[in-house]
Design a protein around this ligand. Sequence first.
Ligand SMILES: Cc1ncc(COP(=O)(O)O)c(C=O)c1O
Length: 426
Amino acid sequence: MAHRIETKALHAATEADETKSRQLPVYRNTAYLFDDAEHAANLFALKELGNIYTRLMNPTHDRLERRVAALEGAPAALALASGTSAIFYTVINVCGKGDEVVASSNLYGGTFTMFDAILPELGVNVVFVDPTPEAFDAATTDKTRLFYTESIGNPSLDVMNVRALAEVAKKRRVPLAVDSTFTTPYHFRPIEHGADIVVHSLTKWMGGHGAGVGGIVVDGGTFDWTDEKFRLYNEPDKSYHGLRYARDLGDLNPVAFALRMRLVPLRNLGAAISPDNAWQFLQGIETLHLRMQRHSENALRVAEFLQSHDAVEWTRYPGLPGDPAHENAKSQFENGFGGMVVFGVKGGKAAGEKFVEATKLFSHVANVGDAKSLVIHPASTTHSQLSEEQLRAGGVAPDMVRLSIGIEHVDDILEDVDQALKAARG
Ligand SMILES: Cc1ncc(COP(=O)(O)O)c(C=O)c1O
């Protein structure tokens, strides 16, 4: 019988190795012994699967990949050095020169910059649209090869209707990739709603400890790559014995996307996660469900508090009835609405900056998803590379304060927010 997500978080991919250790060991190792010349040749020719070199695979990485795949209800995943490399590899594992991505305009600032400034230099054009299925449909051309969105936009906190977007993607025969960093599989599993690929920055809630950087790409095994328009899957790969990933992988064809990412971008561009970080993320995931439950409960309380506070101009949280994202969030998310709350202090940008400086419990850092409460002013930091127009399109108001609500006692969080609001009012 399939276990529930809380049980999978603790038990998926935890079978004992030959040492019979109950806790998973960290394999701090680079290369693996071949039995003989034939074994070595077979591994390189994919006639047999097994460990070769830690840039490509490692038993600790394998546990992390199988655990996250289990949480997402997917057949395969690939762990990488950061959420950023997971996003980059997702795009270049589908798109080459001349191909197009249609992406939501309200993405995390680093992703936006990658899509806006770096991918076009490599010949991959990104068309940014409002985060609605209709806008994605209207922007699709015969060059479109990928749809890309965030489940909850960072930091606008808009929520995509993934099910409706997946229908457009199916009609247009392009894969849909969803960055689900803000939701985690405890609140949302995009593949169950029709997405083909899920991306996470493990650095955030999945790890929960703020102790390492990592990312993961999950392959739903749902997309048919045999469509000839996907050149990278149907033309022989000269970097890998002329392999055609959509056609020559036999039993592994359903996970062609994950396998190609391992064999091409990871093997030859090399953004491997470290075994120590992979182990830290496995540790963090054991308590994902408990942490997310508390993050969500606390965030809702903070959002309600801000909404009724006379020093606050506006508040956004997908869990607030009446929030523009609430209907999409309610119809798709389980167990709550995540740990992010954004708001504007009366008095604009200057008052917002005063609020950030006046907080005592909150850490002023460029991170989200730590177990501790965090605060930042996005327009002057994480999203500062964006123009005024891009900030507006991405839903980043100049006065926006972004809170990542931690798992402390909620009354301590509320007291700190209250005193910082008073200080901001001056
Ligand atoms: C939604 C989202 N995706 C991806 C990333 C990038 O992840 P990483 O910092 O692990 O590279 C971030 C970072 O803040 C993020 O917020």
